[in-house]
Design a protein around this ligand. Sequence first.
Ligand SMILES: Nc1ncnc2c1ncn2[C@@H]1O[C@H](COP(=O)(O)OP(=O)(O)OP(=O)(O)O)[C@@H](O)[C@H]1O
Ligand SMILES: [Mg+2]
Length: 504
Amino acid sequence: MGASLTEVGSKLAGLMFIWGTIQQLFPYSLRKRIESLWHRVENYFYPYVQITIEEFSNGKINEIYSQVSTYLGSKSVNKDAKFLKVEKSKNSKSFSVSLDEGEEITDEFQGAKLWWRSYMEKLEDNSTGRRPNNSLPMEKKSYTITFNRRHSELVTGKYLKHVMEEGKAIQFQNRKQKIYSNNCSEDWYWYGKGMWRDINFEHPATFDTLAMDPKKKGEIINDLIAFSKGKDYYSKVGKAWKRGYLLYGPPGTGKSTMIAAIANFLNYDIYDLELTSVKDNSGLKKLLMETTSKSIIVIEDIDCSIDLTGKRKKKKKKEKETTSEDQEEDSDSSAEKESENKETGKLTLSGLLNFIDGIWSACGQERIIIFTTNHKDKLDPALIRRGRMDMHIEMSYCRYEAFKVLAKNYLDLETHPLFQQIQGLLEEVNVSPCDVAEHLMLKNASGGPQICLDNLIQALKEAKKKANKDSKEAKGEAKQKSKKINKFSTKLISNFSSLQKLWK
Ligand SMILES: Nc1ncnc2c1ncn2[C@@H]1O[C@H](COP(=O)(O)OP(=O)(O)OP(=O)(O)O)[C@@H](O)[C@H]1O
Ligand SMILES: [Mg+2]
């Protein structure tokens, strides 16, 4: 293709010379006629269009260039390209392949054939030997794409969009995941570094290593898949493309681990939002606006982060002596939210509700919000109602199914004669997966799985004994209490009847 195009090009140059001569010799009307004839001849001999995509456009990085580069790199591996370049940037997980200078590949799209070529031109000023603009690199890189004129609409409409989307998706998959924190000093913000500080996210948790009921796990995975593929659905039903998950349960049951597993499953970044570091509602909004799409915003231990429960409002209203039962229940009313904002000028429940599903919450796409708590009952119902927290996931104590996952992960065991005994004990005792996992850790090489399982059984038996003792004590206390109450009430009744007698 390259050689034939060059030949045609030199022939065209000759014809151009003839056309210049004609322009000088002939009158306007005749020239017009010849011109249209010329275009037909030109299209007949050279029916191609060429588009150039440069690395820099008007002194700024041209985003399309890098996406095209990634796309062509991915295509080139299976094609006939001979000269490729391999690069790895600080922010990518693995290396990326791209076409070397002068290399060509062909691509096909909906029946259209396209020829891509990579160019690099040295940008040296002949007189000084220096680059013309110090802020730009020494070379001008570009790609050209050549295609038949009849495919112009397809290429500019669909094909280039397809190239950009594929390139972007490959770059997204290849990037290093980040975890962002807003818990940074004021200076950080004033140095112009934004409101979030990031580091690479390298948590190894996956859904395979997460110990929980397999049915529940399956439901969560399906929900996440439906969400991540739901772009068209969300736009069809007119909803912002986001989803909220509430993870609740006792300490050590895997809530934080689940967040890491979700992030790894979807390849999303995490924004770990520390509410105690947020000054007011507008600060919260600014933080939201600085988050990116395809990310998870996490608020851990939401019940402890800040007093956002309905109780704070109740307390305030009591102080003002304006409380009424009905008003307390209706914590979601907008008038109430408004007044709360004005009263405090700080971070409020209404600010947080707006953060989750106010108009501003749609400033990015494909976003997940996760709250975790040990005490679901302490949270304001408005905060966790469906639509805000769409799925409530209980992370519970370790039962047999969850134990089997841990045993496989930690000890490579799928079955063992001691499993049956452990199953029985796990039905009777409430222990967190965290505690079970601790006993399954092979602390020294000579230990072996048998010792770990023995240790676990021992610990479970002790926990069972303690639970029995505690419940006996609790029963005893309750008995004592009821005895006291009975005694007190009999005394009260006898006093009352003697009073009655006296009265008579
Ligand atoms: N369901 C689980 N599956 C696998 N590992 C678990 C699970 N639950 C706990 N673990 C292990 O226990 C450790 C603590 O778990 P994690 O931090 O996820 O608990 P948590 O529910 O977030 O606790 P907290 O309420 O105290 O924040 C983790 O490092 C993990 O190794
Ligand atoms: Mg946690």
